[in-house]
Design a protein. Structure first.
Length: 276
């Protein structure tokens, strides 16, 4: 009888511990709830996918300059490109897909080229420059649209979620990069670091219909004191059948490396969007 009572008591304790464990929300659950209640997430809207044409003036200008440089070599090289087919598709709850444009310079006749080695090196440099610009645009768009996705614990390991008054602090490990986020009002301050990179961003959100959308971001990052970058990004929105969707992303950059300072502006336009 005594053993039976002990077993019953142990079972009762275990049941209560199990229920107590179930009642404790994981940090990722609190984080997801926080994002869903306060921030605008495309994953929570009623659509299947949105496809937009991606227009990047700096890439268009680059192509025009290359074509102008090679115009006198029309009998030597042939330019093939489909930049006008550059598109982005946002699949709700899944991922972002890109129809990546290609650019190629084909030498059809080497006759008349005095320094072939230098000429071919120049052609490769043009092609690599184009691909780097396209890859940079894709990375920027992926980063921006992460703001509209429901947090994914498979990619974002939320280790801490603490809410104190009107301030919320979140600790996240994402693919080896540690993020410490502080949310307050319409502002988010993020410190991030990895073995190679560290920095901070200050993000400002705008209120549209009771949910917050990212409007502006100022960031500073550096790589082991060798490379530094300061960026200011602004986002303008368009309405697509009642949905808020970026229409223009402008990013101003200042980089310093090896004593050399460079400044640049890249503008990405999402136009001719269709929704399903």
């Amino acid at each position: 009888m005594k053993r039976s009572i002990i077993r019953l008591l142990m079972a009762f304790v275990l049941m209560n511990l199990f229920c107590f464990t179930l009642a404790i929300a994981e940090p990722v659950d609190d984080y997801v709830k926080f994002k869903e209640e306060k921030y605008y997430l495309l994953d929570k809207e009623n659509f299947s996918k949105i496809t937009c044409k991606v227009k990047v003036p700096i890439i268009d200008n680059m192509l025009e300059n290359i074509k102008a440089q090679l115009k006198s070599r029309a009998n030597v090289v042939q330019i093939n490109e489909n930049v006008s087919d550059f598109t982005m598709t946002y699949l709700r709850g899944e991922e972002i897909k890109f129809n990546k444009p290609y650019f190629d310079i084909k030498v059809i006749s080497p006759e008349g080229i005095k320094n072939k080695e230098s000429f071919y090196a120049g052609v490769e440099q043009m092609k690599n420059g184009f691909n780097q610009q396209v890859d940079g645009v894709i990375q920027m768009l992926q980063g921006v649209f992460e703001e509209f996705m429901t947090p994914n614990n498979a990619k974002e390991k939320v280790s801490s979620f603490i809410k104190t008054g009107d301030e919320t602090k979140v600790s996240i490990d994402k693919e080896g990069v540690l993020y410490e986020e502080i949310y307050k009002g319409t502002t988010r301050i993020t410190a991030f670091k990895s073995p190679q990179l560290k920095g901070q961003s200050i993000d400002e959100f705008q209120d549209l219909g009771g949910h917050l959308l990212l409007a502006k971001s100022n960031a500073h990052m550096e790589q082991q004191g060798i490379y530094k970058m300061d960026t200011t990004m602004e986002i303008v929105y368009q309405e697509i059948q009642g949905l808020n969707f970026p229409s223009k992303i402008t990013n101003k950059m200042i980089t310093e490396s090896g004593g050399l300072k460079q400044e640049g502006i890249i503008e990405i336009i999402l136009e001719n969007c269709s929704i399903e």
